[in-house]
Write a protein that binds this ligand. Sequence first.
Ligand SMILES: [Zn+2]
Length: 157
Amino acid sequence: MTEEEKEAIETMKRWIEYEKQNKDKINKANELIEIQETVLNLIQKQDKEIEHWKKGFERELEDNRKNTCELLKQDLIIREKDKQIDILKNHIHYKKCKNCGQEFRAKRTDAQYCKKCSTKVNNGNYYKNLSPEQKQKRREQSKLYMRKLRERRKNNV
Ligand SMILES: [Zn+2]
């Protein structure tokens, strides 16, 4: 309930009190008082119910959060154990990629890059070692390839 709503309820209570004290001056005062009190009780009852459900919902949310944390922890432990088994059984090394920082499985102890980065690094090295003529040829080949690709797309789709 907002502050304004709480204030409105307090004002209504004061009006009911006023009507009770001035029954003789107000037309159909009893009926008016009864209606207002019924509405007021209904509002207050519903407000309590909402609070009750809200608290229950918050508790459930907190429980779910705790369960999720617990599951994540267990998952981490299982994954760590799986890794240990992998290392012992398959003689695998878990290494951090020098390029992207991601962990990867390697058979060799001196592996430095994950599969993706190792292809990239090897291609880069290969390209670096080409002569200027070979580089030019490769550029033209790739341009030709792109042109063919574009044409194929245009004709097909
Ligand atoms: Zn990598």
